[in-house]
Design a protein around this ligand. Structure first.
Ligand code: SAM
Length: 293
C-alpha cells in the first residue's frame, strides 16, 4: 500500500474494557512496555507514544483493552447512557462503540446493536464475544426499517448513530487523492449519497418516542456529512423537543460556523488532533422537569 508518512506522529490510544479490567491495572501492565498516560478528555482511554504496536499484546488478545482512537472513544462517552437504560447502536459493526457503551453501562441495561451488512455482523459478534458483554442484542437489518412505534423499542432512551461516512478524517482516506483512479466527480456523488442516508438515519433516530439523547458521529471532515446533516434535522429536532447539547464543553474545536448551534458541535482536526472527527449531541429536556424547577 501507500506509505503513511504521518503515522509515526499519531499517538496510540487504547480503551480499557472496564467490564474485564480496571484502568489502574491496565496502566500498570502496559507501563512495563510503554510510557502510558490517562487521556485528559476521555475516561478509561490511555494514550501511548506514536508507533507503540499493541496488536499482539495479551491484553488486546483477551479483550481487556481495545485499540480505539480518541474520536471514536468520545462518542459513547458523549452519549452518557445510564447503566439501566435501553440503548440502540444504529450502525454498529465492527462494534467498537457498542462495547464501549456496554462498559459505560457497567454491563447493565440493554443495548440493541443494529447492522445491515451480513459479513460485518459476524465481526460485530466477535467483538462482543471478546468484550465479555452479555447485555447486547444483535439485530441484522436496516436501521431505517426499525419501527419506532414497535413495543420492543418503547423503553429505548438513547441512540448512538455512527453511520457509513467517507472516512475523510482518517489518514488512508486523506492519501486517496494520490491514487491514479481518484476522481473528484465520483467523490462528490459518493458524498451526496452518504449525506442523504446520514440525514434520513438521524431524523429516524430522533423519532423514537422515549429517546432523550441521540449522538451523531462521523470520521469525516466534510461539512456535507457533518454540520449540513445536523442543520437539516434541526426543525424536526426542535419540534420533537430536542436541542443541541455540548459534548466535552472544555474541547476547543467546535463545528464550522455554518449553522445555528454550531458552537455545540465537536470537531477534531486532522492536523491538530491527528484525526478528523465530528460529534453532535441532541438532548430532550423534560418539559415536566422544567415546570417543576
Ligand atoms: N460504530 C462502528 C464502530 O465504532 O465500530 C462503526 C460503524 S461504520 C462507520 C458504519 C456501519 O453502518 C457499517 O458497518 C455499515 O455496514 C452499517 N450500515 C450502513 N447502512 C446501514 C443501515 N441502513 N442500517 C444499519 N447499518 C448500516
Amino acid at each position: 500500500g501507500l506509505s503513511q508518512p504521518n503515522v509515526p506522529l499519531k499517538p496510540r490510544y487504547v480503551r480499557v474494557n472496564t467490564l474485564k479490567m480496571d484502568v489502574d491495572s491496565a496502566v500498570q501492565e502496559l507501563g512495563k512496555l510503554y510510557k502510558v498516560q490517562k487521556d485528559e478528555t476521555v475516561p478509561d482511554l490511555l494514550v501511548m507514544p506514536p508507533g507503540s504496536d499493541l496488536h499482539a499484546h495479551h491484553l488486546v488478545k483477551n479483550g481487556r483493552i481495545f485499540l480505539q482512537g480518541k474520536g471514536s472513544a468520545m462518542v459513547a462517552a458523549a452519549l452518557q447512557p445510564e447503566p439501566s437504560w435501553e440503548v440502540i447502536d444504529a450502525c454498529s459493526a465492527p462494534g467498537n462503540k457498542t462495547i464501549n457503551l456496554a462498559a459505560l453501562m457497567k454491563g447493565q441495561g440493554k443495548i440493541i446493536a443494529c447492522e445491515l451488512n451480513e459479513e460485518r455482523v459476524k465481526r460485530l459478534e466477535q467483538t462482543i464475544k471478546l468484550s465479555g458483554a452479555t447485555n447486547i442484542e444483535v439485530v441484522h437489518g436496516d436501521f431505517l426499517g426499525l419501527n419506532p412505534e414497535d413495543p420492543s423499542f418503547a423503553k429505548v432512551r438513547a441512540i448512538l448513530l455512527d453511520p457509513s461516512c467517507s472516512g475523510s478524517g482518517t489518514i488512508s482516506d486523506r492519501l486517496d487523492h494520490l491514487l491514479p483512479s481518484h476522481s473528484a466527480v465520483y467523490d462528490s456523488i459518493r458524498l451526496h449519497k452518504l449525506a442523504v442516508f446520514q440525514k434520513k438515519a438521524l431524523a429516524h433516530a430522533l423519532s423514537f418516542p422515549q429517546v432523550e439523547r441521540v449522538v451523531y458521529s462521523t470520521c469525516s471532515i466534510h461539512q456535507i456529512e457533518n454540520e449540513d446533516v445536523v442543520s437539516s434535522v434541526l426543525p424536526l429536532a426542535s419540534s420533537l423537543g430536542f436541542e443541541l447539547a455540548t459534548p466535552f464543553p472544555q474541547w476547543q474545536r467546535r463545528g464550522l460556523p455554518v449553522c445555528e448551534g454550531s458552537e455545540h458541535l465537536l470537531r477534531m482536526d486532522p492536523e491538530e488532533d491527528k484525526e478528523g472527527f465530528f460529534i453532535a449531541l441532541f438532548t430532550k429536556t423534560n418539559k415536566l422537569d422544567d415546570l417543576e424547577s
